[in-house]
Design a protein around this ligand. Structure first.
Ligand code: PMV
Length: 346
């Protein structure tokens, strides 16, 4: 049997930065699930050929990839107690991204969520246990989290929240939850154009980045800020207020980078072109009153967020004013998505 899932990346509006225990977040985060930036992963089982605790045959985009294979093997070893088939069979995994690996787009959210969904599907078929779909997704989110924290959020469509907050009963540090409130039409199908400023791999791994928060002098205040901003953003999403949305989202992005810049081991991940783009977005917003704003991951690339209704105008602005600051004029036009889907082959 071959099981395939296609799962999207996501972009955090309220950032997860800092963790404890077994990949548990120090603050709740909220993200938009994307649509076009996806990973498709297939899993099948074959007869084992060796006595290795886990025998993995992994191919990424048609080629062996020992670096990714090692990461996956470590991940599978950590969760094998929950999936008996992992040690009983040879695991054949293939994976590919819809976006170029060198685009500087974090792929851990899409890849780890696709893998966790494949594992859960396989378990559902071998277990003979009945899973309702909500509990299936919740467990997939939990296992995705163990691979990469942000991957927990990719399981759900549109907006997703990971991390316990008093404001949302049912929220958890162990898994993400689907957006529990009706958000305003103004936020339907938010556009996210990802401007590629630099394609190189990140100079700081996610794991090292989160660890910088352990003795960061601003850590305590950071977690207070994130919780407060989450509440404000939830209100803005309910009332349809793009003004507040832009203000919170940009502050979150800049605070993430401020934390990296001011940690004991300091990183400046923004490039001069990142700042050029930011300035132009702010000027364009002030001049046109069109609610367009930016957010950043732990890297120099800029996510430009804007309402679907302003797509034509903002695309024009991106093409005429921002493309020259992108490497090889690269931009990925993405938007809010419907979440992962199982791919059924006929
Ligand atoms: O999931 P990780 O461990 O790669 O961490 C992701 C951290 C950020 O992308 C910077 C923020 C976030 O919430 O996605």
């Amino acid at each position: 049997m071959n099981i395939t899932w296609k799962s999207p990346s996501n972009i955090a509006l309220i950032k997860y930065w800092g963790k404890h225990g077994e990949q548990l977040p120090n603050n709740p985060s909220l993200s938009i699930t994307l649509s076009e930036a996806t990973t498709t992963t297939s899993i099948s089982l074959k007869k084992k050929r060796s006595k290795k605790p886990i025998e993995l045959d992994f191919t990424f985009e048609g080629k062996k990839n020992p670096v990714f294979a090692d990461k996956i093997l470590r991940y599978l070893s950590g969760i094998q107690a929950d999936f008996s088939f992992l040690s009983e069979n040879r695991i054949i995994l293939t994976s590919e991204n819809s976006f170029p690996h060198s685009a500087g787009i974090a792929s851990s959210a899409s890849s780890m969520s696709a893998l966790a969904l494949c594992l859960m599907s396989l378990r559902a078929t071998t277990d003979k246990k009945m899973y309702n779909y909500d509990s299936f997704l919740q467990q997939a989110s939990n296992f995705a989290r163990l691979g990469s924290g942000s991957a927990a959020r990719s399981i759900y469509p549109e907006f997703s929240i990971w991390g316990k907050t008093k404001s949302l009963p049912g929220s958890s540090d162990k898994y993400a939850i689907p957006f529990p409130i009706n958000y305003h039409n103004n936020f339907n199908d938010i556009e996210d154009s990802i401007l590629i400023v630099n394609e190189n791999e990140k100079p700081v791994s996610s794991r090292a980045g989160h660890a910088l928060m352990n003795d960061h002098p601003m850590a305590k205040q950071r977690y207070i800020n994130a919780n407060k901003r989450l509440d404000k953003l939830l209100d803005a999403l309910k009332t349809g207020d793009w003004g507040i949305f832009c203000q919170i989202v940009e502050t979150e992005a800049l605070e993430l980078h401020a934390l990296m810049m001011t940690s004991t081991h300091s990183f400046i991940l923004m490039k001069p072109n990142t700042l050029e783009i930011i300035e132009r977005i702010r000027n364009y917003r002030a001049e046109t009153k069109i609610p367009v704003c930016f957010t950043l991951d732990a890297g120099p690339n800029v996510h430009v967020l804007y309402p679907h209704s302003e797509k034509a105008k903002v695309r024009n602005f991106i093409q005429s004013e921002l493309l020259s600051f992108c490497v090889k004029k690269k931009v990925i036009y993405d938007h809010m998505g419907k979440g992962p889907a199982q791919v059924i082959e006929d």
